[in-house]
Each structure stands twice: as structure tokens, then as C-alpha cells.
Ligand binder design. Structure first.
Ligand SMILES: [Zn+2]
Length: 323
């Protein structure tokens, strides 16, 4: 056996974490009006042997808590005691949003539209800047955990950047039920990591402010799949039933009228062209409109809102075939 190289030292917030060391670093961000310091807890697991550094984060949107719970469980179960390379785990990036049950920081700005950020900008911009300068330069791969918005339930899915083949490979490795390319949004974490040459995937599962067991488990499985593929660990659990479905084309199906919305399919279900996905009815039992699948494919997001307006997004559906 040859002598394997030692891993690099990770430096965050002035603290050096040597190969073979684990540490919880707190990056001070700002204070609440009452003077309470708000910091971002960053768990660093630095393996002895040389290997890639993977960033796994959740709570960039403070109300998207499935990812927070996924990482909490994985930390509790000591999943990140890796053989080589390093894992940087940030369970809650947007602490301000998390304590306010909000996607955003208190001034209403979205941290995931504020990257790479500036030192003297708004609170969201400062958080992004601290993160971009302190953590990202040391990262080789990124996994960003999200959920759908309020009442919108995303069936576990991975989004990658079509500009970056390595992010597509990462998406395949994660092995969520669905994966597809999604466009890069200005100011997003994913756009900044792409510019910095860090392949990054976004895992979207469940809805905000509500735990979803399947989403939490798929998240934990997927992260372990990636770390295992990178040779950093050996995955303990395997419970995979179906191969990940790649969606070439996706679109929203919207409410044809206002009314009460009753879905007739399950999230994740395969549907035929013209199949009834749900009904939108008036409240007087006089009129109802069927919502039909515009093409053969899979439903991967359902809006659980009971009362809808015309044009509201009801189902996100995707096809294996390009349009
Ligand atoms: Zn999000």
C-alpha cells in the first residue's frame, strides 16, 4: 500500500481544523435589536486522508425545515465521520428566517437572491457575502436542501445546472425519485457556486414549515449516496425501490377558474395524457372544471391549497421526453 496524502486544513472564521479533527465553528453574523448575537453554526468534519470537500446545507430559506431536520438527524447519527476529504455541514443558513418562521430575513430580502453578496449591503447580502468568502473557496461540491413553498408539496427531486455536466452527475448519484435541469436564478447560491466552479445540486422535497418523513429520509439517503460515490464513506442503509427518473421537460398546470381545488392524483404519480389530475369547483355545486394532464408524465409538485384563484399553479408535471 502506498502512503496516502493527508487532507488539507480547513479554515473558517479564523479557526483552523486540521486533518482528523471535527469542530463546530460559529460565524457571527449580526445582532438582534436586543443585542443577541446571531451566528451560523458550521460543523466541520475533516478526514485524515486527502479528498474532496463537500458542503451540505439547509435553511437558506428559513422556513424550509425538512433539510434542517435531515441534517440534524445525520449529525445525531454521526453519519459524517468520513474516511477522507471533508464535509462542511450548515444545518440552518438563514437563522433570522428560521426564528421568524420565514423564508427571508427580517427586511423581506431573500438570501438566495443576494449571492455573492457585499460586505456593506443589506442583511441578506451580508450573510451571503460572509458565506461566499469564508466557506465557498474551500468547497469542491455543494448540496443545498430546500422544500416547496407554503402548501406546495415537492415530491423529492434534484435540480442541477445544465451548464455544468458535473452537477448532472451529482444529481444522478444523489438518486432522488426525480431529477432535472433548472435555470439559474440571478443572485442564487447555485449561480454563485457555478461561477466559482463548484458543482452544486439543489434538493427540493416537501413543503415549508412541515416535516415530511419521506423527504427527510430521501435527503439523508441522497447525501450518503454522494459521499459514498466520492469515496468518503460507506453508506449504511439502502432502501431504494425505483431508479431516479430524469425529466427533460417540465411545466405548471394552472387553475382554469377560481374555486375549491380537489386533487385526484398522488404526488409522484405517473399520469397519462388527458388524465384528470383534479377538479376546481365553485362553492355552490353548480360548476366544476376538470384539470387534465397536458402530456404523459409525472406529477412532482402538488399545491395543497384548498381555495384557489384562476391561474394559480396546481400541479408541476414533467416528461421524460423533450418537447
Ligand atoms: Zn428554498
Amino acid at each position: 500500500m502506498g502512503i496516502e496524502a493527508e487532507n488539507k486544513t480547513i479554515a473558517i472564521n479564523g479557526e483552523a481544523i486540521s486533518p482528523g479533527q471535527n469542530s463546530l465553528v460559529r460565524i457571527g453574523i449580526s445582532r438582534l435589536p436586543t443585542g443577541t448575537l446571531i451566528d451560523i453554526p458550521v460543523h466541520v468534519f475533516n478526514g485524515k486522508k486527502a479528498g474532496p470537500t463537500v458542503l451540505v446545507q439547509a435553511g437558506l430559506h428559513g422556513d424550509e425545515i425538512n433539510g434542517v431536520e435531515t441534517l440534524r438527524r445525520m449529525l445525531q447519527e454521526n453519519v459524517f465521520n468520513i474516511k477522507k476529504g471533508a464535509v462542511i455541514v450548515v444545518p440552518i443558513l438563514n437563522i433570522f428566517g428560521f426564528i421568524h418562521f420565514s423564508r427571508d430575513v427580517p427586511d423581506g430580502k431573500d438570501v438566495n437572491r443576494s449571492f455573492p453578496g457585499t460586505r456593506t449591503g443589506s442583511l441578506a447580502s451580508r450573510i451571503a457575502h460572509t458565506y461566499t468568502s469564508e466557506i465557498l473557496p474551500q468547497v469542491d461540491f455543494g448540496i443545498d436542501l430546500h422544500t416547496g413553498g407554503s402548501q406546495r408539496h415537492n415530491f423529492p427531486q434534484i435540480r442541477y445546472s445544465k451548464e455544468d455536466d458535473r452537477s448532472k452527475e451529482l444529481a444522478e448519484t444523489f438518486d432522488a425519485p426525480f431529477y432535472f435541469a433548472s435555470r439559474l436564478i440571478r443572485g442564487s447560491f447555485r449561480k454563485t457556486t457555478l461561477k466559482m466552479g463548484i458543482p452544486t445540486i439543489v434538493f427540493e422535497a416537501g413543503e415549508s414549515m412541515r416535516f415530511d418523513e419521506q423527504s427527510i429520509q430521501e435527503g439523508a439517503e441522497g447525501i450518503q449516496n454522494v459521499l459514498t460515490a466520492l469515496g468518503m464513506m460507506t453508506k449504511k442503509r439502502t432502501s431504494k425501490q425505483k431508479a431516479s427518473v430524469h425529466l427533460e421537460y417540465t411545466r405548471w398546470v394552472r387553475a382554469p377558474r377560481a374555486g375549491m381545488f380537489v386533487p385526484e392524483v398522488q404526488n409522484g404519480e405517473q399520469v397519462a395524457k388527458g388524465q384528470i389530475l383534479g377538479l376546481v369547483t365553485d362553492t355552490y355545486a353548480k360548476k366544476n372544471k376538470k384539470v387534465k394532464a397536458p402530456f404523459e408524465g409525472y406529477v412532482f409538485c402538488i399545491n395543497n391549497q384548498a381555495v384557489v384563484n384562476q391561474g394559480d399553479a396546481l400541479f408541476h408535471i414533467g416528461s421524460k421526453n423533450a418537447k
